[in-house]
Design a protein around this ligand. Sequence first.
Ligand code: SAM
Ligand code: SF4
Length: 350
Amino acid sequence: MTETLTHSELVQWLREENPSRLEGLFGWADAVRKEHVGDAVHLRGLIEISNYCSRQCGYCGLRAGNKDLERYRMTADEIVDCAKEAAAYGYGTVVLQAGEDYGIEGEWLADVVRRIKTETPLAVTLSMGERLDEDLVRWREAGADRYLLRFETSDIKLFQLIHPPHPARPPEDRLAILARLRELGYEVGSGVMIGIPGQSYGSLANDLELFHTLDLDMIGVGPYISHPDTPLGDGSWGRPLAPGEQVPNTEAMTYKVVALTRLMCPQANIPSTTALATLNVASGREQGLQRGANVIMPNMTPPKYRALYQIYPAKACISETSGECRVCLQGRIQSIGREVGTGPGGRARG
Ligand code: SAM
Ligand code: SF4
């Protein structure tokens, strides 16, 4: 790792408003991206396998307390069929994501992973929340390659406020889970939301420093998008900051964080996120790719379930079919002079 910035430099960049200095930052991040991970944009097919969730995160529309949401859980055959479709499109990875749904039993998902690994050449990434150690072990043994668990914010007090403990389980330390995932041999991904109510510039700079310390393989950074049916969205939970301290949840701030993430972690796989595309559907994804990102996660969830995976409102691209997503994204990637990556696209080391 070569480029790192100090805490005060990070805060300075996060507060920077001068357009030509910001262009300099974005150009720097883009050059570091090119040097360390090249021009390939890896496509990870995202399959949102269940919107049931046992948690009460204050930010997320899937929280158990949201009684207005119709719930679904995909069948094993539906998931494997989506994975086969992703393989037929030439994607190198599928990401199976869900709420923290204990209706998904460990052995059942292990079997799904084994089927995908036997019937396709895909790498499998899981994003299932804070599951029991025995499940993490079982899924790794079944062949899962990677696991995503964002720490959301490194400010412990803010995290505890927005992410209450599970009603039936002892409080979990997400950093300990990330360390355990690494020990089990997973490639490890984490990340944060940008502009969570109560998130200060100093705390966001700490997040960026923690990405570097954890030496993460994948880092997802996307804007926090308010959902009216959640306690953070309706203002019932909150931690007001002194004037000028709150990080805005804007497109402009997201680009700064993507660029700084690339500078702090040159070799990491960094997606240009759907949340960013939601703020700017016309060109958010492309601009993320031009400011440090090298991954896109096209949605492979069957159309009948897609609108129900409503983490936040007005999510980009919920009405396109998987085939339409693929054509659209390939065109966007080529339009900025980049190429679609081939193979699993694991973390580059060296
Ligand atoms: N349940 C798993 C978990 O929490 O890790 C995986 C699914 S969860 C929906 C995936 C990610 O969505 C979270 O890590 C969080 O960062 C993001 N998310 C949730 N609510 C959001 C919101 N209102 N705006 C932006 N991102 C959000
Ligand atoms: Fe559930 Fe994940 Fe949403 Fe929290 S962020 S409510 S764990 S789906």
